[in-house]
Design a binder for this molecule. Structure first.
Ligand SMILES: *Cc1c(COP(=O)(O)O)cnc(C)c1O
Length: 392
């Protein structure tokens, strides 16, 4: 983490911490003002996106959430950051802010499954059309742009299958055609990649994952450029989304060690992949690690690091033996979500991948997603070594 951000984390203490080193959790619905004039002036400041110390009603946040917004504005290089109760509501806030009936969203194959359901399911009923493009083929994206395209929605790398796109090209295309751009940046976080700096209008992060970092809180963040600020503000205002001050406190605490944790996830993952890549039972590792690969080159072009989430493709005629591989792991918990201390493993059925026009598993191929946690990598490797034996 750069010095300005570290200093900032300390500095924010001066105003509110009342001598304690941590920010207090301020819970409130009503926020009090001394006079009506002060209340009105405050509302005007908010409308101008001034950096206020508190909001005028608890649904918009309290001093605790303001601290998190300030911190994230710096981390993301953003005009403003909206906070939502989950990562998925951050996705919904972004899309609902920008798209209206008659619009088309061009969306990368491989986005998070609930994002597929929102765009291809619910929004279809509102006459908003989702058009899928192949994340490995920039020309396919280009060809899918029409006069109706309002938004290019990207998740990079893709959920579960980790395709890497040439993000600079996506931005240039969108700017030329005057189309909004949003990216789900949960995998890397703004510590490894700052989408707004590259030119994205919206950067979405599930704070449930690495920002909070301990699998004990849910939250989402929507960092925006000045161009889309008013539109996102408007939908946020009428959506009723709110991150609780208690959850905001935990996310602030998590971000204090974001750099240390991310660097360690990366280091551990490198070591584990070094072991996995020589294992005959694993046919492919979906992660930007092979220096000669297109994925690696595209990752290197835009990212300063890689996180701990990857997938394995295992070839076997016995699904139950792949289940056994997962079941026999002792240090990897079986479960969804990721971004905490613990390593995790989950067998992903093709139906769980959802709508995937550009990705197919063969009949004898199995996808296992791993999250490499902060344990000793030697222990993780031994655990994997021992369990791989069960695959037939
Ligand atoms: C987990 C996740 C989300 C949703 O976050 P929640 O906090 O679980 O609602 C969105 N996008 C990606 C890529 C995720 O991994």
């Amino acid at each position: 983490m750069d010095k300005s951000l570290k200093t900032f984390l300390k500095y924010t203490g001066k105003d509110y911490y009342n001598r304690s080193v941590n920010p207090p959790v301020v819970r409130a619905s009503t926020i009090l003002f001394k006079t009506m004039q002060e209340l009105r002036k405050h509302q005007k400041d908010i409308a101008k996106n001034k950096d206020v110390d508190h909001w005028d009603y608890g649904r918009q946040g309290t001093q605790t959430t303001v601290q998190l917004q300030r911190l994230l504005r710096k981390l993301e290089d953003a005009y403003q950051v909206f906070l939502t109760p989950t990562g998925f509501s951050a996705v919904a806030l972004s899309i609902m802010s920008l798209c209206r009936p008659g619009d088309e969203i061009v969306i990368s194959d491989g986005v998070y499954r609930p994002t597929q359901k929102l765009t291809d399911g619910l929004l279809k009923e509102f006459n908003i059309k989702a058009i899928w493009y192949n994340p490995n083929n920039f020309n396919d994206l280009k060809n899918k742009i029409t006069k109706k395209t309002k938004l290019i929605y990207v998740e990079n790398p893709g959920s579960n299958t980790f395709e890497m796109q040439d993000l600079g090209k996506v931005i240039s295309l969108a700017k030329k055609k005057k189309i909004y751009t949003a990216i789900d940046n949960t995998w890397a976080t703004a510590y490894f990649f700052k989408p707004l700096k590259l030119g994205f209008d919206i950067s979405i992060t599930s704070a449930t994952k690495y920002y909070s970092g301990h699998s004990d809180v849910m939250g989402g963040t929507v960092a925006v450029s000045k161009k889309v600020y008013k539109r996102v503000w408007w939908y946020n205002h009428v959506s009723g989304y709110r991150l609780s001050p208690d959850d905001a406190y935990l996310i602030i605490r998590g971000i204090r060690t974001l750099d240390l944790r991310m660097d360690k996830h990366q280091e551990n993952t490198k070591k584990v992949i070094n072991f996995l890549k020589s294992q005959k039972k694993i046919s492919r590792i979906l992660y930007p690690y092979k220096t000669s690969s297109k994925e690696y080159k595209l990752w290197k072009k835009y990212y300063s690091g890689a996180s701990g989430l990857l997938s394995l493709i295992i070839k076997s005629n016995s699904k139950s033996s792949v289940y056994k591989f997962v079941n026999k792991l002792e240090l990897f918990g079986i479960g969804y979500s990721w971004g905490g201390f613990e390593s995790l493993a989950v067998y992903t059925d093709p139906v769980e991948l959802g709508k995937r026009p550009y990705f197919k598993l063969e009949k004898n191929e199995h996808l296992v997603r791993l999250h490499i946690g902060l344990e000793n990598p030697k222990d993780l490797i031994n655990d994997l070594k021992k369990s791989l034996k069960y695959i037939r």
